[in-house]
Design a protein around this ligand. Sequence first.
Ligand SMILES: Cc1cc2nc3c(=O)[nH]c(=O)nc-3n(C[C@H](O)[C@H](O)[C@H](O)COP(=O)(O)OP(=O)(O)OC[C@H]3O[C@@H](n4cnc5c(N)ncnc54)[C@H](O)[C@@H]3O)c2cc1C
Length: 492
Amino acid sequence: MEHPLRVDEFDASEMPSSVGVEPAAAAPPPPAAASAPLPPLPNLPATDVLFLKPSDAHYADYLPAANRRTQLSPSLRAVCKTEHAVAVMVDWVRTNNLKFAVRCGGHSYEGFSQSVDVVIDVRGLSTISVDKTAGLVTAGSGVSLYHLYQALAAQGLALQAGSCPTVGISGHLTGGGHGLLARSHGLTCDSLQQVTVIDSQARTLQASATSEPDLYWACRGGGGGSFGVATQFVIRAFPLQTALVFGVSWTLSQAHAARMFAAWQAWAPNAPSTITSIMKVGPAGNGLITMRCIGQSVGTETELRNQLQTLTTLATASRPLSVQSLSFLNAVLHFAGPLDYESVYMKAKSDYVLTPLDTAGISDMMAAVAPIPVGGVVLLCDSYGGKIADVAADATAFPRRAGTQYCIQYYSSWTRAADTPVHVAQVAKVYAAMRPHLPGASYVNYCDLDLPDYATAYWGSNLGRLVAVKQEYDPDNLFHHAQSVPVSLPAA
Ligand SMILES: Cc1cc2nc3c(=O)[nH]c(=O)nc-3n(C[C@H](O)[C@H](O)[C@H](O)COP(=O)(O)OP(=O)(O)OC[C@H]3O[C@@H](n4cnc5c(N)ncnc54)[C@H](O)[C@@H]3O)c2cc1C
């Protein structure tokens, strides 16, 4: 099993400090207090909602967020089990003018699903029903990716989505969703057939190609927390019995690493769409670079091995190429990391590479990564092209389609709150080194509060239509967070 967020080139003793969770003794300081005392709670039965206040026995069970750096303790968490409960909660927060956040899997990098006031938590909406004949899965909006994968695999079906098992479907799908089947099957949002949304007036809307089409468009790439609370998704699945998983690693000088990266960059976005690869780049100490190319193919092993020769003939591997044929679920497990909910301190930033990096850009990347302590940062480069590029840039709210080469995620995680400034600075340093070479397009699912113009960075040419959809469905901006879709276009 390997964890995509780590460059697993190290012995156990040298593993990046992101493995494991900080002991309770070093827990973060208590968060800021809620802004106001709560009014009487809505009259909802326990079959509809689980209300959790800090004094309740199970309060702590629902607290962990993927990023401990942004985790907050709400004065009320409403774990909604029904669509009705979500509608009542939306009405209650609106009429009482309460601050709130909407939460599913809690993986928002910047904590947009966190609040010290109220959290409308959809994790009680956890039913999954698979229609094998129609190739459709109907999922409550609170399910995790792994729960979906399991339910689908039991019917011989699969879904293209991210590798972290505890990521929630709501944030992931509405922001796009790329994973190791992205080039063969597209983004997760590309398979959305229908979404049920509770809007700012607590109405239930069914959005699809034929009903509320603008909302349907916005829910495929516009990101979570801007238009309403999704309660259910109908998603197209596909048959997949087995997939090939692969991985190969190198430890290289900066010059050799630059050559390897250039070869990957020329190959990966243009490879047969059966193959999706991620190139990971990290510091190996002593000025060296560690690189690991991982991926998945739904083609033949011969094709995959032939294709990978582009990389494997360039340098001697420090960990030789391995190719395995696994069932869909075992392929998921291969890249899943721990199945338990992991909560670490982390920071990420991202770039879309819209035209290939030139020699100076790649060289600056290696020069910025090499001096960082081993395990201090990893760059994850997800190849695009293939089926992602078959969808027009304006067909969904997700704008990075034809021509997009890959997405770079600059990522660091750590276990002690005291180490936060160092790690945040390391990520920022590598990102800064790439500014002369990249246009500043970012992935909404790797949200980053440092972006000066997040709306343009995330949505590019689709921003105008997203703003229009926001004006239509949530003109009073009830659903907002620090980087939600704005009600008006930012000043030029
Ligand atoms: C460890 C890790 C691995 C990851 N791996 C991948 C990957 O392989 N590929 C990839 O594309 N991304 C990946 N991501 C990013 C992930 O897709 C995003 O963080 C995603 O938004 C998380 O969704 P969530 O529901 O878990 O998060 P949450 O924090 O619950 O929600 C994210 C956003 O959606 C909103 N939201 C939540 N539920 C609803 C709802 N029901 N209706 C409306 N809005 C809602 C929240 O308010 C918030 O703004 C990863 C993230 C982490 C932390």
